[in-house]
Design a protein around this ligand. Structure first.
Ligand SMILES: Cc1cc2nc3c(=O)[nH]c(=O)nc-3n(C[C@H](O)[C@H](O)[C@H](O)COP(=O)(O)OP(=O)(O)OC[C@H]3O[C@@H](n4cnc5c(N)ncnc54)[C@H](O)[C@@H]3O)c2cc1C
Length: 488
């Protein structure tokens, strides 16, 4: 594996995979990439055929959705990369009960666009609508409502699982609780999800009512976020990671709740897709597809210091406790406003994100230390986001009763080694506080740090299942090899 980049080469092999190419496959942040044989099955039968060939030739297989994990979760050198985006049919949709059956390559975007006009919304969504449901369940994604709605896995009613042997098995939380809780969040290591049944949430309108609250420091930020949990459905904090001293952790919180029909002037229209479309021009002039190109000029340490400060003072002066209504798509998928924004990061390295989950009682101390470590390394995060969480029973769960802090960092050929060293240092207070890390938002931590966050017996339970389901270790990824290797 190596740093990001492009490249293509024909595979010398013949058979069902002969048309596939050795191609460079990167994580979302482009900081890590690997050359794999990309294959795009369109059906369960094609998938079975590929797994059979892989098995007969002793090839490794890595599963991939839209590649929206920031790091190395959906890539591996010289493996067959099973890109599942073409298995993207909605198999059934019941508008009375809100139950939907889908193939794993259906995206969050495709799903809500099919159901919102009838008044149903996915109860848990990440900050972008591009991921597939297969990828979301494999990482067990959370939203800005994790402390009250749980993870995407909490709304999954059942799924079909295809282990490397190729036989499909339906797994339900009531009859196969252990397997259900192990597969969700196991980053594609226990089989391919080939069908997913989800329960959606009834909504009366396609809007949320949002309040923006400026906060002066980290302590106030965490206190206010915690205090808002009873009265709001979504809570998210942004902080200016360049601020130091007394201002460390200053930022803004957004609180939001679903808008009831009685509070909306046109509830039915708000459910239409036209009411949800994100504007295609910024300030009414600049095409948003080109915005990343302009953003390149400020995506550096000096530019981002300025951007973070301006954002903070704007929040303090012009948005102080302002309440406004926003479409569900605009509120949830803020990062989709500027397609390709990740390309504004350095061409020679991209970006990585690091998200730590810390129990409530230690969060202020740990996050303070992390922000200070970044200053000491002279690498403050360009974008820092806080969320509220609750613990859950999924075997490899990343959530705890507390908060998470997600930090974005630019990667360059020059800072790469130092940045990786800094991530190890940022992780230590998290481990000491009984916190966790999120594989979807990681490219750097060591197996030792990752495994130090596991509960007793967890690794043994996971390893037992893995050896039963995939005895030859066919399914793997660069992330699995980095984090699951014996650390001692
Ligand atoms: C801008 C942005 C914002 C984000 N915001 C959030 C957020 O708020 N909350 C959050 O939790 N995450 C967030 N994420 C992370 C993202 O939601 C997850 O990484 C998600 O898993 C990506 O889905 P994907 O389809 O791109 O999967 P990939 O990244 O391609 O793959 C993810 C994992 O799923 C496995 N996999 C894929 N398909 C299958 C399948 N059918 N069966 C079994 N395993 C499979 C892969 O092997 C891999 O381990 C964000 C990402 C971005 C880029």
């Amino acid at each position: 594996m190596r740093g990001g980049g492009e490249g293509e080469e024909q595979t010398p092999d013949s058979g069902p995979l002969s048309a596939e190419k050795l191609a460079s496959v990167a994580g979302f942040g482009r900081a890590v990439a690997a050359a794999g044989y990309v294959s795009q099955p369109q059906s369960v039968e094609e998938l079975q055929e590929i797994l059979e060939v892989a098995s007969s030739r002793e090839w490794k297989v890595t599963l991939r959705g839209t590649g929206r994990s920031y790091g190395d979760a959906a890539l591996r050198s010289e493996a067959i990369v099973l890109d599942l985006r073409r298995m993207n049919r909605i198999l059934s949709w019941d508008r009375e009960s809100g139950v939907i059956d889908i193939e794993p390559g259906v995206t969050i975007e495709q799903m809500w666009q099919s159901t919102l006009p009838q008044g149903w919304w996915p109860p848990v969504v990440p900050g972008t609508m591009r991921p597939t449901l297969g990828g979301c369940l494999a990482m067990n994604v959370h939203g800005k409502n994790n402390w009250q709605a749980g993870t995407v896995g909490d709304h999954c009613l059942e799924f079909d699982l295809m282990p490397p042997s190729g036989e499909v098995r339906t797994v339900r939380p009531d009859t196969d609780a252990e397997l259900f809780q192990a597969v969700i969040g196991s980053f594609g290591q226990l089989g391919v999800l080939t069908r997913i049944r989800m329960q959606l949430k009834r909504v009366e309108t396609g809007s949320v009512r949002v309040t923006a609250v400026p906060v002066g420091d980290l302590g106030e930020m965490l206190q206010r976020m915690d205090g808002a949990k009873d009265d709001h459905e979504y809570v998210v904090g942004w902080l200016d990671a360049f601020a130091q001293g007394k201002r460390l952790g200053r930022g803004q919180i957004h609180l939001a709740s679903y808008l009831a029909a009685k509070d909306h002037p046109s509830p039915q229209e708000s459910l239409n897709l036209e009411s949800q479309s994100l504007p295609d021009r910024v300030f009414g002039v600049l095409p948003k597809s080109k915005m990343w190109w302009f953003a390149r000029f400020v995506t550096n340490r000096f530019g981002m210091r300025w951007v973070n400060s301006v954002k903070y003072f704007h929040a303090r002066i012009f948005e102080r406790n302002k309440t406004y209504d926003q479409s569900l798509a605009a509120f949830q998928f803020l990062l989709d406003y500027m397609p390709g924004w990740e390309r504004a990061y350095p061409a020679d390295g991209g970006l990585i994100q690091h998200q730590s989950f810390v129990p409530a009682g230690s969060a202020e101390e740990v996050f303070r230390e992390q922000l200070e470590i970044c200053h000491r390394y002279r690498m403050p995060s360009f974008l820092a986001v806080l969320k509220c969480h609750r613990a859950d029973d999924f075997l490899l769960s990343h959530a705890v009763d507390g908060f998470s802090l997600a930090l974005d960092f630019p990667v360059t050929a020059k800072n790469r080694q130092r940045l990786w060293a800094m991530i190890q240092e940022l992780s230590q207070p998290v481990v000491a506080a009984g916190g966790r890390f999120y594989p979807a938002k990681d490219a750097a931590i060591s197996a030792q740090l990752f495994q130090a966050t596991w509960r007793e017996g967890q690794l043994a339970r996971f390893s037992k299942l893995k050896s039963e389901i995939d005895p030859r270790g066919r399914l793997t990824s660069a992330l699995a090899e980095r984090l699951l290797l014996p650390s001692h």
